[in-house]
Ligand binder design. Structure first.
Ligand SMILES: Cc1cc2nc3c(=O)[nH]c(=O)nc-3n(C[C@H](O)[C@H](O)[C@H](O)COP(=O)(O)OP(=O)(O)OC[C@H]3O[C@@H](n4cnc5c(N)ncnc54)[C@H](O)[C@@H]3O)c2cc1C
Length: 584
């Protein structure tokens, strides 16, 4: 076995979309210790965990990094207050420690503290109950304490922070802290950090068959299909790790084995509304009949959600329904003095939770919840399964606990490797962009002077790329026209489109507008108005001719049209759509 690929960072984790042929050559030509299937946060985490132990790693993702559930979450790095109520103490404890590690050491540029107001409607009964829960929540934190303790607030004080709340229904409030993240960007950064440790990261490459040793006893790799050309190739690996989220059962079918657990899909929908629609200077959490509803500040927007319902349908693009939107609006309006309406909604997105529904058989490790419980009651703990030698898989869990999930599944995957593999080191490994962040932040003014750009531009880049911001600034230095904003009213720069191609493996317009930047959910026209501009910048780098550029724009506009079917036209959206109709 060819283990211990050597230390030192390879090319700073640059994933250059223009190097696709070389990347596919490595995939087919090298022999890997570990092949990871799935480029969500779990797969990216597993690739990083294995690569940073010195293993030779390849990752294949059938669409784009984070194109599944990992770009469609509530974007919270949290213990999960509601899991305390379900007595899931271990999950909350682990998740809070992960939150603190991410905020303070592993990804301070991406994972940022956020406050939540918890309005109380019944002072006498509710305050001691919620207060005790929050005291326990705070007590479970590690010693680092990168976020403040919770506080009790009077109704008056709460209204100062959130004038949007209806005073008639407010008996007081609690204020507590968690953290938030751009989930797609975090996933990409984990994958890039894996690449910096020599992992081969291949997007738009689908595992179509798992291969076996001549005696059929061991999985030895996979046949994969390059979705851009349709060409198939073989990847050889001592161990295959399946991190396919809600697609897990389909990947098991490729191997001809049954999983030791069952993944149940639960759909969660969020709506996005303008910041002005809800007057509050803090996030908010409301208790609902079945679960909780979050108001999460997101730049100039609020993300409000979520729902939790059983799902069967197209896993690739789960759609929100009118009922989902109405449910969220009704739940939000129970506390708001000015109700939200369908006209306020500028975007909607849906994601699928890969929950473990039936408990471990065939040696699957750890307990998942059992039976036919409603999806709100299913455990968010993860389960690792090793159905045959050379194949390990993981399901369940949360975005917040991806590092622990990755560690556990890699441990299982390498358990029968002949020579000892070092233990996981990811708790000591800051993600790309985190190392030296404090000094770069302190020197933001000088950086702005050096590159002749505004300080706010530098700060915008630091908040998205950390210390790698200098790489984006280098694109601007080479072509000052790239310093211009991409879309009016949004902070993204044209340079970030170029960088998405040259460093972040963006292959299509949707990769840029849906995940490298979040205009798909942040802009009332879902970024349709700038699709042509994005296609032109990408096309220059990727050698697209006019026809190809037009086809790329059209492909994105079709995606937007499908997404918009469910939304009633509001004033903001109508204006934006009118503008974008003249584009592309
Ligand atoms: C609405 C909602 C809100 C949530 N909010 C939070 C939150 O606030 N905080 C939190 O901690 N967690 C949250 N979660 C949970 C969290 O988002 C998920 O647990 C996590 O994103 C799952 O990541 P994953 O990598 O396992 O799956 P995915 O992100 O779905 O990745 C699986 C990948 O496998 C790929 N794939 C499948 N088959 C193949 C194949 N044959 N070949 C190659 N690739 C393949 C898919 O394309 C996909 O990209 C939320 C989930 C939802 C749905």
């Amino acid at each position: 076995m060819t283990r211990h690929a050597g230390s030192g960072l390879a090319n700073n984790g640059v994933l250059d979309a223009r190097d696709r042929a070389a990347m596919l050559g490595r995939l087919a030509g090298e022999r890997f210790d570990v092949l990871v299937i799935g480029g969500g946060i779990t797969g990216a985490g597993a690739a990083l965990d294995a690569a940073s132990r010195g293993l030779r790693v390849a990752l294949v993702e059938s669409r784009d990094l984070a194109s599944g559930t990992s770009s469609r979450s509530s974007k919270l790095i949290h213990g999960g207050l509601r899991y305390l109520e379900q007595f899931d103490f271990k999950l909350v404890y682990e998740a809070l420690r992960e939150r603190d590690l991410l905020v303070s050491k592993l990804a301070p540029h991406l994972v940022k503290p956020i406050s939540f107001l918890y309005p109380l409607q019944k002072k006498v009964v509710e305050r001691p109950y919620v207060g005790a829960g929050l005291a326990l929540y705070d007590a479970m934190e590690g010693t680092r304490r990168p976020v403040p303790h919770h506080r009790h607030l009077t109704a008056r004080r709460a209204l100062k922070l959130a004038p949007a709340l209806d005073p008639a229904r407010l008996a007081g409030a609690m204020l507590y802290y968690d953290a938030q993240v751009d989930d797609a960007r975090h996933t990409l950064t984990v994958a890039r950090t894996a690449a910096a440790h020599s992992a081969v990261v291949a997007t738009r490459v689908t595992a179509v068959k798992l291969t076996r040793s001549p005696d059929g006893k061991r999985v030895t790799g996979a046949r994969v299909r390059d979705e851009e050309s349709g060409r198939e190739l073989s990847v050889t690996a001592d161990s295959v790790i399946v991190c396919a989220g809600v697609w897990t059962d389909l990947v098991y079918e490729l191997a001809g084995v049954r999983a030791g657990y069952q993944v149940r899909m639960s759909k969660g929908v969020h709506i996005v509304v303008p910041r002005e629609a809800v007057r509050a200077s803090t996030g908010m959490i409301l208790r609902t009949e079945k679960s909780v509803l979050f108001f999460i500040p997101w730049g100039q927007r609020w993300i409000v959600g979520t729902t939790d319902t059983d799902f069967s349908g197209d896993r690739a693009e789960p759609a929100a329904t009118e009922e989902d939107i109405d449910y969220i609006l009704a739940a939000a309006n129970r506390v708001l003095v000015r109700p939200l309406t369908r006209a306020d909604v500028i975007a909607v997105y849906a994601g699928l939770r890969p929950l473990v529904a039936a408990g471990p058989k065939n040696g699957a490790q750890k307990n998942g919840a059992k039976g036919d419980k409603p999806t709100t009651k299913l455990s968010r703990e993860h389960v690792v399964d090793v159905p045959v030698p050379g194949l390990a898989s993981i399901a369940g869990g949360k975005f917040t606990t991806y590092r622990l999930m990755a560690r556990d599944v890699v441990d299982a995957a390498v358990a029968d490797f002949g020579d000892a593999v070092p233990a996981s080191v990811t708790d000591q490994l800051p993600l790309l962009g985190a190392d030296g962040l404090a000094a770069v932040r302190a020197g933001a003014g000088r950086l702005a002077e050096d590159y002749r750009v505004s300080r706010s531009l530098v700060e915008h880049l630091l908040g998205r790329y950390g210390t790698l911001a200098a790489e984006v600034l280098d694109e601007i230095r080479a072509d000052p026209g790239l310093a211009r904003p991409l879309a009016d009213g949004h902070p993204y720069l044209r340079a970030e489109v170029a960088y998405a191609v040259t460093h972040e493996n963006a292959l299509h317009v949707e990769d840029v507008l849906m995940r490298r930047m979040r205009l798909f959910i942040e802009s009332a026209d879902s970024g349709a108005g700038v699709a042509d501009q994005v296609s032109a910048i990408m096309g220059r780098l990727l050698g697209w001719n006019r026809r190809r550029r037009a086809a790329e724009t059209r492909r994105y506009l079709d995606l937007v049209a499908t997404e918009h079917k469910v939304m009633a036209p509001g004033p903001v959206r109508e204006a934006a759509l009118a503008v974008s109709a003249t584009a592309g």
